[in-house]
Design a protein around this ligand. Structure first.
Ligand SMILES: [Zn+2]
Ligand SMILES: [Zn+2]
Ligand SMILES: [Zn+2]
Length: 453
């Protein structure tokens, strides 16, 4: 069958050598139920934004028979504009040309175990599974590709139809975790510097005044007069057309003989501050934050390939949702989840006690501002370190839970009033110190609240 012989407005199914091609000309009656049952989809429309939207809808579906579907376009324009986000271009050629390729893809897709994503699967876990399956069925590696449209300056094929621009950073954090578990291999492709506040890579570098951050600065040479050893800015020496030393009134003629220019000085026209060096700021084009160079968030962009373990995961993805949970929990000894914690507190409060001993909860809370400058992976590291500190203070019969990175609850069982009070005081003192040592802003509003059960 030759495509150009087909009618150009209706969507049709064409069968060639037992392969069913769903030919899409328009969005009229384009239903996912119909697309699921075909072997490959061919977009004949030249209307790129329509094609792109439909591919996105297909890739975002939860059914592997749909989101892994081989997709081709029939116009060169669409193919170029979609930039490798489809399986190929076939122009007006015969469908015969891609029959073999499609049947290989269909076989590989059929290898994947029929499954549903569990209800607790997160958005990015689903995307990761889809990515593994895409790499497996297409037998490719994924390259980080430069892109002006990408918030981070780089994008990945396939992934860019699943993950919103602003969430790529979080997705890559998950990909990094998955590397540690052994599902993928990565090769460093690029290191990007991102805005501390919004992770944008669109930074505008400016030289500014150290004191007032104004860009209205000028540099000027310093002149060193050999004869009298006076050093001053060039403007102090300028008298009509000659250079004259303001200290000894001699005329300076030859550079290298009478004088030299040892360095430059920066004058600020806004605040008159003078300094030896300007301050470089990386101003974020997206959110306007003025980033100090040393506070830019450096992110590594990797090329991604599947390991054998990753290939198995792609075929049988359900294993991720048990396994990864254990990995992700990162629970320490004496740490339990919040619902178990609340249950134990309720039970503990009902127990009869003698006069001397009681059980106590201690709640630790500090303000959101404290962690505001950290990116998600840094927050996870902070939380892990913080929990390790907490565990050190607990006895073997005690327990704790991490409600959020800013909120922790401890359950201290059978303690004297004195012990509980001392513990609250010790934690208050030491956590205060940890927060002050690690964050420049001491406004963390730490609260340690003790409750007798
Ligand atoms: Zn200034
Ligand atoms: Zn002089
Ligand atoms: Zn920004």
């Amino acid at each position: 069958m030759i495509l150009k012989n087909l009618e150009a407005n209706a969507n049709t199914i064409v069968t060639e050598y037992d392969i069913n091609f769903h030919i899409v000309n328009s969005n009229a009656e384009l239903r996912h139920e119909n697309l699921v049952n075909c072997d490959a989809i061919i977009f004949r429309s030249d209307y790129v934004s329509f094609v792109k939207t439909e591919i996105q809808r297909i890739r975002k579906a939860d059914n592997p028979a749909l989101y892994l579907k081989p997709i081709y376009v029939a116009t060169k324009r669409a193919y170029l504009r979609l930039d490798k986000n489809v399986d190929g271009y076939l122009g007006d050629d015969e469908l015969n040309g891609i029959v073999e390729e499609v049947s290989v893809l269909v076989d590989r897709i059929n290898e994947i175990v029929d499954f549903d994503f569990p209800k607790h699967a997160t958005f990015h876990q689903k995307n990761f599974i889809k990515l593994c399956q895409y790499l497996l069925t297409r037998d490719i590696n994924l390259k980080a590709r430069r892109s002006r449209e990408a918030h981070m300056g780089f994008r990945y094929n396939f992934v860019n139809y699943l993950v919103p621009n602003l969430e790529l950073n979080q997705f890559l954090d998950l990909v990094n975790d998955m590397k540690k578990v052994g599902y993928i291999n990565t090769k460093l492709a690029e290191r990007v510097n991102l805005c501390r506040d919004c992770s944008s890579s669109y930074l505008h570098f400016v030289e500014t005044c150290h004191k007032c951050k104004s860009v209205d600065i000028e540099s000027e040479s310093l002149i060193h007069h050999f004869r009298c050893a006076y050093i001053g800015p060039e403007s102090d020496f300028q008298q009509d057309d000659v250079l004259m030393c303001p200290k000894c009134d001699k005329v300076l003629r030859h550079i290298g003989v009478d004088y030299d220019k040892p360095s430059e000085i920066i004058n600020c026209n806004s605040c008159n501050h003078q300094s030896q060096q300007s301050a470089i700021l990386a101003n974020c084009v997206d959110c306007g934050k003025e980033n100090d160079l040393k506070t830019l968030h450096s992110k590594e962009m990797y090329n991604i390939s599947l390991t054998e373990q990753g290939k198995n995961l792609a075929i049988n993805p359900i294993s991720l949702f048990g396994e990864y949970k254990a990995e992700k929990d990162d629970k320490l000894e004496l740490e339990i989840d919040q619902s178990t914690f609340d249950l134990l507190v309720r039970q503990e409060s009902k127990k009869k006690r003698d006069k001397k001993y009681a059980s106590y909860t201690l709640e630790i809370l500090f303000s959101e501002e404290t962690l505001a400058t950290l990116v998600p992976s840094e927050i996870r590291t902070f939380q892990m370190e913080f929990k390790k500190i907490l565990v050190n203070y607990l006895q073997e019969i005690d327990l704790f839970t991490a409600v959020t990175p800013l909120n922790y609850k401890l359950l201290m069982i059978s303690k004297t009033e004195r012990y509980a009070e001392d513990m609250a005081e010790t934690l208050r003192y030491n956590i205060n110190k940890v927060l002050n040592d690690n964050f420049s802003d001491p406004e963390h509003q730490l609260q340690v609240t003790k409750i007798k059960l």
